[in-house]
Design a protein around this ligand. Structure first.
Ligand code: CAA
Length: 286
């Protein structure tokens, strides 16, 4: 089984940029595709900012920062992915967008054993495999935000993923990237979001109902339970649009009311208050 020697990333938002950074820091050349040259520039700045922060904190040498950046090429042309060993799709959490990408990228990959993965948190992997024309070589690889810091990666083989694909991806994640993998079945939310999302949505409902201020809800969980950040600050970090999309997919799958996005979350997303990435969510950001 050959190691992954080139990685393609589709989407340079929070997750795509983080996965590109992690892969390049593992010494693997990365091609990051965005929808426009401007979006590709933004992804480049995001990765550079993250590396500079890591440098300031003594996690990486200045010379290595340059090498990591030099190993990533940024483009708006999907065809640049043709020669990759592994492509990780990290576009927005929207089923139609992902299906369209899998339909287009699947036939583009020139290597017979190339793997096409999704960083989705909640969209069925089996559906993405079915439209790609290479279902045996499609699986879910789910990173956590911020990807350079969070140790966990969820691996989600679908009913049609081949055992070779599963073990090659597990080796990539654990041995090449140095992350800790857990395996989950192809059900919306997998392990972590099935537990996390109802908690985050409950915090939003609590705030919406006026139980307590955002600060007090967050202090409650940080100081009372030792969480690194409170639920509303975490919503802002993940992105309120992403949380709404994950909750909606999970609700569609299980019809469990706790997964259903509350009206305040809908209104905030409709207003463009998406959290840290839009400089305003439950809190303001610079
Ligand atoms: N590379 C390597 N290390 C980095 C880094 C980078 N690019 N950027 C930061 N770090 C390191 C810092 O050096 C620091 O390490 P030390 O503590 O050893 O010095 C550590 O990461 C934390 O960084 P900061 O000090 O800048 O930030 P912080 O202490 O305020 O912590 C946080 C920020 C890591 C986000 C922390 O609050 C946390 O863990 N929050 C919870 C995040 C979480 O739950 N994520 C999962 C979200 S769910 C998800 O993503 C899935 C989904 O589908 C929605």
């Amino acid at each position: 089984m050959s190691p992954i020697e080139s990685v393609g990333i589709v989407g340079g938002g929070l997750m795509g940029s983080g996965i590109a950074e992690v892969s390049s820091r593992a010494g693997i050349p990365v091609t990051l595709v965005e929808i426009s040259a401007e979006a590709a520039d933004q992804a480049q700045s995001r990765i550079e900012g993250s590396l500079r922060r890591a440098e300031k904190r003594g996690k990486i040498e200045a010379a290595e920062v340059e090498d990591v950046l030099a190993r990533i090429s940024f483009t708006d042309a999907l065809e640049q992915l043709a020669q990759c060993d592994l492509v990780v799709e990290a576009a927005s959490e929207n089923e139609q967008v992902k299906l369209d990408l899998f339909r287009r990228i699947g036939p583009m990959l020139e290597k017979e054993d190339a793997i096409l993965a999704s960083n989705t948190s909640s969209i069925p992997i089996v559906k993405l495999g079915a439209v790609s024309g290479r279902a045996g070589r499609v699986m879910g690889i789910h990173f956590f935000n911020p990807a350079p810091v969070m140790k966990l990666v969820e691996l989600i083989p679908s009913l049609t993923t081949s055992p070779e694909t599963k073990s090659r991806v597990a080796t990539f994640v654990e041995d090449q990237l140095g992350k800790q993998a857990i395996e989950a079945t192809d059900r919306a939310g997998f392990v972590v979001n099935s537990l996390l999302v109802p908690y985050l949505l409950s915090a939003i409902r609590m705030y919406e109902a006026g139980y307590a201020s955002a600060e007090d809800i967050d202090h409650g969980m940080v100081l009372g339970c030792g969480h690194p950040m409170g639920p509303l600050a975490l919503c802002d970090l993940i992105g309120l649009d992403t949380i709404r999309a994950i909750g909606a997919s999970m609700y569609d799958e299980f019809k469990e009311p706790l997964y259903s996005p509350p009206p305040l979350l809908d209104r905030m997303v409709e207003a463009g208050l998406l959290g840290k990435k839009s400089a305003q969510g439950f809190y303001p950001y610079k």
